[in-house]
Design a protein around this ligand. Structure first.
Ligand code: EPZ
Length: 418
């Protein structure tokens, strides 16, 4: 298994260009199934989760090719409606294919995505919404056997929680359904807006994208189109935290500062000087960070849960005590134990984590527990005395393209050892 060897205490300085967003590319790639003909998805990041989605599209019969950051999908050859267990297990967010496969072929067969490091990751909201659209779903022996008699029928769906994945599945199932679908308490994340932009370019009729109430007028056919994936807002925060913990300064390009408007004040409270203009953010960090009084993760536009671990890493060496409240996932502090191996002082109790800043971290061997937790360990390793060895980095490769190369380009000393 490959691992990262980090020599700490190198200040980061320079410029980094942010890649396309994983959490937009994945639902957009699933959506290409709905479009007859060819779609060109530009700014598509080189990630293992994206590669897993491409494998699913190819298994289903699509022709998929990649040239640089552009993934081209021709769905004409679509001839299957099932996702093999191996592919489902490889990426639990493959559940986002359910609505698209069933809407396009009239059926869908896949295993339950199962849980992950963040908790049980239920899909009850997905299934109840798709049933309301007329999908017959049999759940047995860990599998989902889905069937559509005729055509899905639009209806009003009120989500008890603004689930990102459930909103995406409803959108993918309803854009070619009969009649109108209204989604109440829809997720408002920028990735939802990006998915709706792609679908609208294909001919879908969606209003209210990014708001809590979204209306979809079903159309008969969607046609392939070109789309550029939005910048990755979590990757943006990750690089900012990496600069901040090293006392460095960074210019981040190809970003959308609006997408992290509720994160920037936390970095400013930590003592960072941030200037954001269209498409760019510059951050200058203090020699020693201050604590962040409290970070509460919330659905968008609140503080993103995916930014919790990178921000926690950053404040492990801040002056004072920071408090985190994780309101989205039931168990998203697995990285705390590994940060403590580096000398961090963290106390977690249910959804609350209290981080008492320490003067220094010291390098150690640590294991990635999940994607954003792994990024947090790299961030902490950048500021730890001596050598930090980060293992299980396949978690990181799911959501960060060329992380160590980019960090080395900014002055970090990191090498990947196979
Ligand atoms: C998406 O996951 C993202 N993944 C996650 O990013 C992100 O953390 C999450 O949204 C929240 O923003 C992708 O887009 C591929 P949810 P998703 O449905 O759709 C509960 C990363 O690091 N819930 O909004 O799974 C669920 O258990 C990943 O890039 C139900 O109870 O998130 C969780 O507590 C991690 N029933 C909460 O809602 C359901 O049917 C939020 O889940 C669905 C969700």
């Amino acid at each position: 298994m490959s691992r990262l060897i980090i020599e700490g205490n190198h200040r980061l300085n320079g410029t980094v260009s942010i890649n396309g967003a994983k959490n937009s590319a994945l639902p957009v790639l699933a959506a290409t199934l709905l479009a007859r003909g060819t779609s060109e998805i530009h700014n598509c990041p080189l990630l293992s989760d994206v590669a897993a989605s491409v494998r699913i599209l190819r298994y289903l019969g699509c022709t998929v090719s990649r040239s640089g950051s552009c993934v081209t999908v021709d769905s004409l050859g679509l001839c299957r409606s099932d996702i093999p267990d191996t592919l489902m297990r490889e990426m639990r967010s493959s559940i986002v294919f359910l609505g698209a496969i069933a809407a396009r072929t009239g059926e869908a067969h896949m295993s339950f995505p199962g849980g992950c490091e963040l908790g049980t990751r239920p899909i009850d909201l997905h299934l109840s919404a798709l049933r309301q659209l007329g999908m017959e779903i049999i759940e047995e022996r860990g599998r989902l056997e889905c069937k559509v008699n005729g055509r899905l029928k639009g209806t009003t769906i009120a989500l008890s929680f603004p689930s990102v994945g459930a909103t995406e599945n409803i959108l993918l199932a309803s854009v070619t359904a009969e009649g109108t679908t209204s989604i109440l308490n829809a997720a408002r994340e920028p990735e939802i807006i990006d998915l709706c932009k792609y679908l609208s370019r294909c001919g879908a009729r969606i209003s209210g994208a990014g708001e809590s109430a979204v209306t979809v007028e079903g159309v008969d056919t969607l046609y392939g189109c070109s789309h550029a994936v939005m910048p990755d807002r979590i990757e943006t925060v990750t690089y900012m935290a990496a600069a901040a913990i090293t006392g460095g300064s960074l210019v981040l390009k190809s970003v959308n500062p609006e997408h992290i408007a509720t994160v920037l004040p936390a970095f400013e409270e930590a003592g960072c000087n941030i200037i954001s203009s269209d498409g760019e953010i510059s951050i200058v960090s203090p020699k020693r960070l201050h604590r962040i009084r409290s970070v509460r993760t919330m659905p968008y536009p609140g503080f993103p849960t995916d930014a919790q671990a990178p921000t926690m890493a950053m404040v492990t060496v801040a002056d004072g005590t920071s408090v985190f409240i994780e309101n989205i996932f039931e168990s998203r502090y697995k990285h705390a134990g590994e940060l403590m191996r580096l000398g961090a002082r963290i106390k977690t109790e249910g959804r609350v984590a209290v981080v008492e800043g320490v003067p220094r971290l010291s390098g150690a061997q640590v294991d990635c527990t999940d994607l954003r937790g792994g990024a947090a360990l790299v961030i902490a390793g950048l500021a730890a005395d001596g050598i930090t060895e980060v293992t299980q980095i396949h978690h990181i490769d799911r959501g960060y393209e060329k992380l160590e190369q980019n960090l080395c380009g900014l002055g970090a000393a990191i090498k990947r050892v196979e």
